[in-house]
Design a protein. Structure first.
Lengths: 470, 105
């Protein structure tokens, strides 16, 4: 069930009604309703994986209790933390990486004459597995670090299953959401207005901008780069940068908006990433919940900044390589991670060794350079294979003249997708404040007309969000 | 720069008038009514996609009746006009650019 569909609308409206009627009488019932709704939502993909979700929550709940008991007794939390993290990694590893490692191992085993013994397994990837396993691990580490207290079984199961963030984040941490589950939520007019703006804006970004660019330009340029002109390939790469931003940030916007209508606050996941002046700045603005997760639970665990400059560069590289691998078991994701890790390391070295008095790059130039590094990375990220990515670069370099695919509309959508990065950062709160003052019927009419306008422009059918595959 | 836990919905607004909950209930109700009137055909298309069965047939009959009534009263006009304009924008090409196979609907 995808957010921008009527199926989801017809699912969400009764849930909203139940939560604000039955749920007002009892907070426990509110959470039970949300939990059952989340399982129905997840079950739309595959009912079998609801059991996996429940099992995963049960493991994390059990490990959290064991960790807390050991901490209360003054003993080390390490054994149960290790078991819990290993269990989460085992779930993730089996479903996401087993096939990849088997594929890499196959030629070696075949050479040794053991090729026939390889198991033939078609493993279906449960939607959102990377998100809920990371959520589970951060919960256990936070308890071991005494940064949060163990939650009840209902709260931890709801935390991991809560449908607005379940399949593509943001990765909401227990320390942020569990305290909200414990209190009876309260809606403010500002929250309602901003939530409705985010839902409408997300709907537009996904169903119009991202879908139009994907179908009209990006899918065609990446399918067969050798058949395209240089300008189409360049616009295809820029188009993908806009598509992935509009697709993923649309999901986050809608997730934040839907959770807010249910009374819960999710953290910001995007902050105009293409206006970043360094790659470090980019990662403070792009998929903030993942980048802060990698920083807090991986980079810092590796030693973080506590060491010499080469030690820091090593940690950056490992973090970004694993960040790339988190996206999927493909060499293209590893190269994408290596590119980001390498540039982050170079930035770090430059900060360390930059000659005194050396002038900093003008801000627009820095933005332009970082944007193009990010776009180069997106080519690896989007290409199906390493050969496909290299073919894209070589055809781009050859630059065949002409323009066949990129229509004025598609160019306009790329320009729009980039222009929204340069609006004032205070635009959304300012708009939210203004819309909150509108009478409710005017607000309702405006929302209805905004959705109607988007629906008139959208494609028939909606492709899954890019981050569903992760 | 965004704090890792700040939320985009943390907006301090004037809370005079209806409560947040009442504001949401009225706004969502009116948005749903507006869409049911002006975009009833979408409900029809959704019903057509359901698995065939006795209950589905009843839902489909009700939904199509609503869509037909809306069309008779011209309520589907604004969406159709918007779509027509959008299709015109989609079909536009640069000078010397061949008309591509852009429209995949």
């Amino acid at each position: 069930m995808l957010f921008p569909t009527l199926d989801f609308g017809l699912f969400f409206l009764p849930v909203l009604l139940l939560v604000w009627t039955v749920g007002l009488a009892s907070n426990e019932w509110r959470k039970i309703i949300l939990l059952l709704a989340s399982w129905v939502f997840y079950g739309f993909w595959d009912w079998r994986f609801v059991a996996l979700l429940i099992a995963s929550a049960a493991i994390n709940w059990g490990c959290a209790q064991a960790i807390q008991r050991r901490l209360d007794d003054g003993r080390s939390a390490q054994p149960w933390l290790g078991i819990g993290v290993a269990a989460n990694l085992a779930i993730l590893g089996f479903f996401k990486y087993f096939g990849f490692f088997l594929e890499q191992l196959a030629p070696i085993l075949a050479r040794a004459g053991w090729g026939r013994d390889l198991p033939v397994l078609e493993i279906i990837l449960p939607v959102g597995i990377s998100f809920f396993t990371f959520q589970g691990m951060s919960y256990l580490i936070d308890i071991a670090r005494r940064q949060t207290a163990p939650a009840s079984f209902l709260d931890i199961t709801l935390l991991m299953s809560f449908f607005p963030h379940l399949v593509a984040g943001p990765i909401v941490r227990a320390s942020h959401l569990v305290p909200q589950f414990k209190a009876v939520p309260r809606l403010t007019r500002g929250m309602v207005a901003t939530a409705l703006i985010l839902i409408c804006w997300g709907l537009f970004k996904k169903t119009v901008v991202a879908s139009e660019l994907a179908t009209g330009l990006v899918d065609k340029t990446f399918f067969d780069p050798s058949a395209q002109t240089g300008l189409d390939l360049a616009l295809g790469a820029y188009g993908y940068a806009v598509q992935i931003y509009c697709d993923f940030s649309a999901y986050s916007d809608m997730a934040v908006g839907l959770a807010a209508l249910l009374g819960y606050r999710f953290p910001r996941n995007f902050d105009q990433p293409y206006r970043a002046t360094s790659l470090q700045d980019f990662w403070r603005r792009w998929h903030i919940s993942l980048s802060s997760w990698l920083r807090d639970y991986l980079y810092i665990s590796l030693g973080g900044n506590r060491g010499g400059v080469w030690f820091i560069c090593r940690n950056l590289m490992i973090t970004m390589l694993l960040g790339g691998f988190w996206h999927g078991a493909k060499w293209t994701f590893l190269i994408w991670g290596a590119l980001h890790g390498g540039v982050l390391a170079i930035e770090r070295l430059w900060r360390e060794w930059r000659p005194e008095g050396f002038p900093a790059l003008p801000k627009p130039i820095a933005i332009l350079i970082i944007f193009h590094i990010v776009v180069a990375g997106w080519i690896f990220f989007r290409a199906d294979t390493l050969d496909g990515a290299l073919a894209y670069f070589s055809q781009l370099w050859a630059f065949r003249p002409g323009l066949a695919l990129a229509s004025p509309l598609l160019c306009g959508l790329i320009a729009l997708g980039l222009a929204i990065h340069f609006t004032p950062p205070t635009l959304l709160p300012a708009l939210g404040r203004r819309v909150a003052a509108w009478p409710a019927p005017v607000l309702g009419l405006a929302v209805g007309l905004a959705i109607l306008l988007t629906d008139a422009m959208r494609f028939e059918g909606v492709a899954a969000f890019i981050y569903y595959q992760f | 720069m965004a704090d890792q836990f700040d939320s985009p919905v943390d907006v301090e607004a004037d809370e005079q008038g209806l409560s947040g909950l009442a504001q949401m209930a009225v706004a969502v109700g009116i948005a749903v009514f507006t869409l049911a009137m002006l975009n009833a055909h979408a409900l029809g298309a959704w019903a057509d996609g359901l698995e065939p069965g006795a209950r589905t047939a009843r839902i489909s009959a009700v939904v199509h009746k609503l869509a037909d009534q809306a069309a008779t009263r011209g309520l589907d006009g604004p969406r159709a006009a918007l779509k027509q304009q959008w299709d015109r924008v989609k079909a536009a090409r640069w000078p010397d650019q061949a008309s591509g196979n852009q429209d995949q609907r």
